[in-house]
Design a protein around this ligand. Structure first.
Ligand code: 0PR
Length: 395
């Protein structure tokens, strides 16, 4: 650090310079995040100092958090939405705002582990969960942090988890299953109802990772069943900072039952509240305000339009790609497309180098992965396909 402070203008001219190195979502077809809605940015600023880690001091921000959890509970068909109090929640659905899908997934599994082991010694036994092969890499962190074995079930030909494979992996030490509603690479939705049946039959928890799909599926013309409407679903991760158009970091974790939150509690003797169930201590109240503002402002109608827009771009891309003989691995379920192209890694490299397109690659099989977000336009789709045609022709 420098000894003497620098003038504001000097700092900002440096910051602006550095910001120009960021991509600003121009020609970005690889991201599940986008520009936050303007109203979210303003609300974020208004609550910039609010710390949800000390709820008693920030009662206003905490009220917004509870209202967001209430709205999300309603969106995800929780039976009756009961708003949690500072330390726990009384009845029915409850949850809290996290930093994103990773934290939500970690905490969901931590809750399963705590509920199973509470007051019970399990000498020498390594507990396990069964997740789809397509699960996000945040579950590798779960395995690493919590000493839980993470078993990966095979996928079927449409990249949904194979139920027979899940069933074959369940053993006496299995504590829970995970289903994905909008997987990162293909945008596919696992057969949640079948997973839930399996979970109920085997008395297991079932966590749904809807980090991306949570703000997409409810607004599709034919929504899949993936939420609390399905008996057996015990927790859901949903990220307002992805298709919810809120600011980063805005994630949310919802539980069907308050016992989960209770199982996550640690005592906080010198705070304004007695206990904390969150993973992080200091938490952004600004994110709560941002999410509240954008959800209230857009309403279901606004989100439906947002999803319709992204799905139209997706349909256009797939149709025109087919005309160029590039086929998708599956018919897109949401605004994620995995496109079969020759030498995908090379194509990706050339698209970036020659035409500044940011795309990504699926792991297995390797294909171009494209996410059509609100920052993309019809023109982007047309230009991208022309550039893709040129790049593949030059191979
Ligand atoms: N679950 C699913 C299904 C996800 O797709 C993701 C992230 C997570 C959990 C983890 O969420 P957080 O990153 O909020 O903790 N999916 C994107 C991915 O890994 C995240 C992302 C977004 C990456 C924008 C890059 C990017 O530019 O691809």
């Amino acid at each position: 650090m420098n000894e003497q402070g620098l003038p504001e203008n000097e700092i900002f001219s440096y910051l602006e310079n550095v910001k120009s190195e960021d991509t600003d979502y121009y020609r970005v077809l690889s991201s599940m995040c986008t520009h936050p809605h303007k109203i979210a940015v303003e609300a974020h600023r208004l609550f910039i100092e609010a710390n949800l880690g000390d709820l008693g001091l920030f009662a206003g921000a905490h009220r917004l958090e509870r209202e967001v959890i209430g709205m999300l509970g309603e969106l995800l068909h929780a039976q009756s939405v009961e708003i949690p109090s500072g330390e726990s929640c009384e009845k029915s659905v409850c949850g809290y705002l996290t930093t994103g899908g990773t934290e939500s997934n970690i905490q969901a599994v931590r809750g399963m582990k705590n509920l199973v082991t509470m007051g019970r010694k399990m000498p020498g036994e390594i507990l396990n969960i069964v997740i789809p092969e397509s699960a996000h890499f945040s579950f590798d962190k779960v395995a690493n942090m919590m000493g839980i074995e993470v078993k990966r079930a095979l996928l079927d030909s449409e990249f949904k988890v194979d139920i027979a494979s899940v069933e074959s992996l369940i053993d006496a030490n299995t504590i829970g299953l995970v289903g994905i509603a909008g997987n990162t690479e293909f945008g596919q939705v696992d057969p949640i109802e079948e997973l839930a049946k399996l979970a109920l039959e085997n008395e297991l928890f079932l966590h749904i990772d809807a980090a991306f799909g949570g703000f997409v599926i409810p607004f599709l013309e034919n929504p899949h069943s993936f939420d609390f409407k399905v008996p057996g679903v015990t927790s859901i991760a949903i990220d307002p900072h992805k298709m919810g158009l809120s600011t980063i970091p805005s994630g949310a974790l919802l539980f069907r039952s308050p016992s989960f939150l209770d199982s996550l509690k640690v005592n906080t003797p010198y705070l304004t509240t007695k206990a904390q169930f969150t993973l992080t201590g200091t938490r952004s109240g600004a994110s709560a305000a941002a999410t509240y503002a954008v959800m209230k402002h857009l309403g279901r109608e606004g989100y439906r339009k947002n999803v319709q827009y992204c799905m139209q771009l997706t349909a256009k891309l797939v149709k025109e790609a087919r005309e160029l003989s590039f086929k998708p691995l599956i018919e897109p379920v949401m605004n994620v497309v995995a496109l079969r192209v020759p030498s995908p890694d090379l194509v990706r490299e050339q698209l970036l180098k020659k035409y500044s397109w940011n795309v990504s690659i699926t792991r297995n099989p390797r294909a171009l992965r494209l996410v059509l977000m609100p920052h993309n336009t019809e023109r982007d789709v047309e230009e991208f396909l022309q550039d893709l045609k040129k790049v593949t022709a030059e191979l």
